[in-house]
Design a protein around this ligand. Sequence first.
Ligand SMILES: Nc1ncnc2c1ncn2[C@@H]1O[C@H](COP(=O)(O)OP(=O)(O)O)[C@@H](O)[C@H]1O
Ligand SMILES: [Mg+2]
Length: 280
Amino acid sequence: MVKVRRGEKLSYRLSGAARALDVEHAVILKVEDITLSFGRIKAVDGASFEARDGEILAIIGPNGAGKTSLLNCINGFYKPQQGHVYFQGKDISRLSPHKRAELGLGRTFQGLQVYEGMSVLDTIMSGRHIHMKLNPAQAFFYWPWVHKEELEHRLVVEEIIDFLEIEHIRKRPIGMLSYGLRKRVDLARALALEPKILLLDEPMAGMNLEEKEDLARFILDIHEGLGTPIVIVEHDMEVVMDIAHNIVVIDWGQVIAQGTPAEIRINPKVIEAYLGVSVT
Ligand SMILES: Nc1ncnc2c1ncn2[C@@H]1O[C@H](COP(=O)(O)OP(=O)(O)O)[C@@H](O)[C@H]1O
Ligand SMILES: [Mg+2]
């Protein structure tokens, strides 16, 4: 059983199900009536939900329910045939993924999309590209300035490395790391963007128990320490119930339920969608 280990920083947290957002937080992300079809398959079918500032919102649902497709519509990898995405009140539906990243949408991936030969440090640095003002040609002419800028980026990256406790592997090529550590480096890369919202796609898939516990603790630390709202797609129900403030349940591309962990746990539609899968 996964138990989210609560370190010193987290000792004041209540357990997930009992925790509710104490203040009315503003809506930071609004997904409105999104439909995305691949030929005859409706991957997302009229999905709407809101994520609030300061919350950890989990998206759950059976395999193939459309969770990754929905994240891809939010960050702009996929263009839905219908619907809108609003970020901080602004309609971002027509913006490129790059522009959405510039606005502060950071995300990690379900699969590992990193270059095996790249070092941990360079991989995380690559997450800062949107903050880099000069292109390499300009950099050639303005090297003292570039040096200063580079140093600033390094400082941010070093802080993240420290935060996620990966100093010992900073020089290693990604290809040589365990699966759990690779996922942590992917999280570090997403954090390097200094996101205003973090979208995580099954960050714990394929991890062993200890790696899951570690990652759950880091996610809580990010939320607590940086205040970053988090939208997390996750399969592990116990983790979701423990760390999420609110849960959106997707089945066949549709939102079939939304509520607190305590509400979702006893929702008949959810139990039906998960028939044969433990919801508690
Ligand atoms: N690029 C794609 N091309 C065709 N079909 C896709 C593509 N991406 C997802 N799908 C289909 O959309 C549905 C939802 O997939 P996905 O969003 O990956 O689900 P989940 O992340 O919930 O497991 C599935 O039927 C899947 O096969
Ligand atoms: Mg998926």
